[in-house]
Design a protein around this ligand. Structure first.
Ligand SMILES: [Mn+2]
Length: 463
């Protein structure tokens, strides 16, 4: 069956229902998924309820209501079908829309999974959008939310933009008029971050002499002749005139060439939202996704979903507050890692942050710390989980240079965690795992060996 016909089947399934409970994940993709489904279903006259969970486990399953409503699981469910069975959910009560690896149980639930169609570059919010559009072709306004989810789940990370069906969804948004796709300099924060900070914080690829060096970044901008400030306020990329952007870009390219850095890696496709106010986090997919992630990580996914649904009052204020808080804690974690120092092994560096920081942000902090440490050694951060004292969470980050040289963190963490009875997943550049307390040392040693094997595949040390 093709994806299109699977989506049609899913539509027939939901359209005959009167009440639906949406169960979704708390990250940007899960929040976007819920915001898309809730709107598509309500517009079709279906009564809806939503539940957000951090992950499906016996404990969180209790939040899935035992009632007559049809259950739609988005951005989760595929890997935990056994839990749905244990909950007593019957075959005709469930639809799963997911992009994670499926673990079939005894009941063969209705499932649409991107992996069934070999689409590894589209996440759950992509599937939710396709379903929404199948329910009513007028739902193309939701392509924007889907694009936020796809970008938030790093689907655009490896190819300089979204590709395949996720890119087709962008096209719907362009036609509708609420997305603008623009190939531009690959800075994060085009709408809210002063350009000199975009330069300072840009560390992958690393800009020699400029990354992590604020005064050099300011000097560079001054040299290009574009305005650094206007009326005492630092300019963000979007504030600059087209001519200034052109001028900046050509100086930047010259600088990269002079420093032997591959230029094309610095240009990516951005997804801008012309219907949102300039200089806000709502203005482009990357920053909007960060806003949603901040809501999820501070246990307020519903606030993020309300912002997706258009709330620019209380929900937007709360979301902005969480974003500010989110950034402050990440900055604190970053300082903690740098001040405390990491332990270096031959092929990685690690630190245990214990229970000092929430496990939901250690990965981000690790990624930011990496550029200030030895960039050739991936960073591994271990932290404990307050609700699960038997388990540690591991987050690991590297950069595109090291991925190009052969590193694959997902492979390393999956293999090493399985050997100690845990589990892992993620991407080549960023991955995570859960392991049992007490196995940390053995686990880290194994990850180090696997990374060595990835970099030196022919060496005899790699078995
Ligand atoms: Mn996802």
């Amino acid at each position: 069956m093709s994806l299109a016909s699977a989506i049609k089947e899913a539509r027939d399934l939901v359209l005959e229902k009167k009440e639906i409970t949406i169960i979704s994940h708390i990250d940007a993709d899960g929040i976007a998924s819920e915001a898309i489904l809730s709107q598509a279903f309500s517009r079709a006259g279906i009564e809806i309820k939503s539940v957000f969970v951090r992950q499906l486990e016996p404990l969180t399953m209790s939040r899935v209501p035992k009632d007559s409503s049809f259950k739609v699981f988005s951005d989760l469910g595929a890997g935990h079908q056994q839990l749905l069975e244990e909950k007593g959910l019957a075959l005709d009560e469930v639809l799963i829309l997911d992009h994670h690896i499926s673990q079939p149980g005894k009941i063969n639930y209705h499932q649409v999974n991107t992996l069934q169609y070999n689409y590894s570059k589209m996440s759950a919010s992509g599937l939710c959008y396709l379903l929404a559009r199948e329910i009513d072709s007028a739902n193309t306004d939701l392509a924007k939310i889907s694009t936020i989810g796809n970008v938030g789940d790093m689907m655009a990370r490896e190819d300089g933009g979204l590709v395949g069906p996720a890119r087709d969804i962008v096209e719907d948004g362009i036609l509708y008029g609420n997305i603008e796709a623009r190939k531009d300099i690959g800075f994060y924060g085009l709408s809210t971050r002063p350009v000199y900070l975009c330069l300072t914080f840009h560390d992958d690829p690393f800009i020699p002499g400029i990354s992590n060096n604020q005064s050099a970044a300011i000097k560079f901008i001054e040299k290009t002749g574009v305005r650094l400030k206007e009326n005492g306020r630092f300019l963000v990329w979007e504030d600059m005139t087209f001519d200034e952007q052109k001028k900046f870009t050509s100086s930047f390219i010259q600088y990269l060439l002079a420093n032997n850095v591959q230029v094309d890696k610095f240009f990516i496709e951005h997804y801008m939202f012309p219907d949102e106010p300039p200089r806000t986090s709502l203005r482009n997919a990357q920053e909007f996704a960060t806003l949603l992630n901040a809501c999820g990580r501070w246990s307020k996914p519903r606030v993020g979903a309300d912002v997706c649904r258009g709330d620019r009052g209380a929900a937007y204020r709360d979301a902005q507050y969480m974003l500010t808080n989110h950034r402050a804690v990440i900055r604190e974690l970053l300082e903690y890692i740098i001040d405390t120092g990491v332990t270096e092994l031959s092929h990685l560096q690690y630190i245990d942050t214990g229970d000092k920081y929430p496990d939901t942000i250690v990965g981000i902090g690790a990624g930011m710390a990496l550029s200030k440490l030895n960039r050739r050694k991936p960073i591994l951060v271990i932290c404990s989980l307050p609700e699960e004292p038997e388990v540690c969470k591991v987050s690991m980050r590297t950069n595109s240079q090291m991925v190009e040289e052969g590193l694959d963190l997902q492979d390393a963490l999956c293999r090493a965690s399985q050997e100690v009875g845990g589990g892992g997943g993620g991407h080549k550049i960023a991955a995570g795992a859960y392991i049992s307390k007490g196995s940390e040392e053995r686990f880290i040693g194994r990850v180090n060996e696997i990374l060595r094997g990835q970099l030196h595949p022919k060496s005899s040390a790699n078995r």
